[in-house]
Design a protein around this ligand. Structure first.
Ligand SMILES: Cc1ncc(COP(=O)(O)O)c(C=O)c1O
Length: 424
């Protein structure tokens, strides 16, 4: 592509340099419009989107029913603040989340704007309900970028220079079989933590992603999650399930934890829940959610009407007949093709994931090859993201509504990009 043909992108990127904090990292992609699995940039170039705005587009860009629901809600009212004037879409989202609870408990919900805000509130609720201060998180965890959640998050880039970190956050190992950490190793590490560093009687909650997302798309083994549940029960610790990235149908069930044989005490959802609008939720056993005094939770925009209207349409789509089957089909297609790619591309060390939450871990624990791959993919018209503590994991988050042809084409481009990265 000639330099001239990219002037529209360049103009925006130059202004971005001038006016936007460099603390927000952006690739050289300037979006003009998006539909389904495709994005067009301001220079008219088309991309396949296997990033989904980081896991927010399990239904693809602009699903008709979600867009319609937003328009209809925009014509009724935009904002009320649920603490000033109650409105039905908020209550209805909470009712739907109760119906979708992965277990037998009767539940209630709180709606907020972002995953990090929801995690913060889950910790507040756990502390209020138990009267205990401490929180246990895990290696490679990502729970957000706010002051509390950056302490819970594991990667230095999210906290370097931003301290002091919030107190009473303790980190335990999590299984990572590809790099030699078994379930037994992780459980021994947790046992040590509860002997050496923090009294289990002062732990309010553990917080775990059922498939670690930013940490490298590492599925937690069912036996680890089940053992963790037993340890929580033994010590009166609450189990908080962070489904912000793994939830909303990505792994084939609405919540990934449904595949792990455990009922959490609190479940945090976000990203795809709002269908592209900001919305996140804490759902949990009613007596825990009600342990907080009135006024202790909330926020001006939390659960705003547009996001709630979008979420109701999203939840209709996720629970529609055939959706789970489609997610399984996408998962099988991706996995089969990734396994083939792994046999041909020497950079690739492991294919892993759960359902359609799949990734390739590159052998070298350095970000270079993954960066080269994602950059080459972008040049070829595929948007794909890296993740992992070492930045060496390439994760796939295509819409579950993508056609087989789009998925196949994206994987072809990914393989070409891996080839370029290993040649370069
Ligand atoms: C598992 C998990 N929890 C929490 C968050 C924070 O969500 P947000 O970026 O909406 O604050 C993320 C974001 O990527 C996430 O992946």
């Amino acid at each position: 592509m000639s330099v001239d043909a990219r002037t529209a992108s360049n103009r925006v990127l130059e202004a971005r340099e001038r006016y936007v904090s460099r603390g927000v990292a952006t690739p050289a992609l300037v979006v003009a419009r998006a539909q389904g699995a495709r994005i067009w940039d301001v220079d008219g170039r088309e991309y396949l989107d296997f990033a989904g705005g980081i896991a927010c587009q399990n239904l693809g860009h602009g699903p008709a029913s979600v867009v319609r629901a937003i328009h209809e809600q925009a014509d009724r009212y935009l904002h009320q603040c649920f603490m000033v004037g109650a409105y039905e879409p908020y209550v209805e989202v909470c009712r739907r989340l109760s119906e979708l609870w992965p277990g037998a408990a009767q539940t209630k919900s709180l709606l907020v704007n972002s995953g990090a805000e929801a995690i913060e509130n889950a910790v507040k609720i756990a502390r209020a309900a138990t009267g205990r201060p401490a929180v246990v998180v895990f290696d490679r965890a990502f729970h957000g970028r706010t002051t509390l959640t950056m302490a819970m998050t594991s990667k230095l880039v999210y906290k370097r220079g931003f301290g002091p970190l919030a107190p009473e956050v303790y980190r335990a190992p999590a299984p990572y079989p590809y790099r030699g950490v078994s379930t037994d190793d992780a459980l021994r590490g947790l046992e040590l933590l509860l002997k050496q560093d923090v009294d289990p009687a002062s732990v309010a909650c553990v917080v775990l992603e059922p498939v670690q997302g930013e940490g490298g798309f590492i599925p937690m083994p069912p036996e680890f999650v089940q053992a963790l549940r037993r340890i929580c029960d033994e010590h009166g610790i609450l189990y908080v399930d962070d489904e912000v990235q793994a939830g909303c149908g990505r792994t084939g069930t609405i919540w990934a934890i449904e595949r792990l044989g455990v009922e959490p005490d609190l479940l945090v959802s976000g990203k795809t829940l709002g269908g592209g609008l900001p919305l996140a939720a804490v759902t949990g056993r009613a007596e825990l959610m009600d342990a907080v005094h009135p006024g202790g939770l909330g926020g001006t925009f939390g659960g705003n009407p547009l996001s709630c209207a979008a979420a109701l349409a999203v939840l209709d789509e996720l629970t529609a007949p055939g959706f789970a089957e489609r997610a399984e089909h996408v998962a099988a297609l991706l996995r089969r093709r990734l396994e083939e790619i792994a046999t041909r591309q020497p950079l690739v060390g492991e294919v892993r994931g759960l359902g359609a939450m799949l990734a390739l871990e590159l052998r070298e624990q350095s970000p270079d090859a993954a960066k080269a791959t994602t950059a080459a993919a972008l040049e070829k018209g595929l948007l794909v993201l890296a993740c992992g503590l070492y930045g060496n994991v390439i994760r796939l988050l295509p819409p579950l509504s993508a056609t087989d042809e789009e998925l196949e084409r994206g994987l072809e481009l990914l393989e070409e990009a891996l080839g370029d990265a290993s040649a370069g």
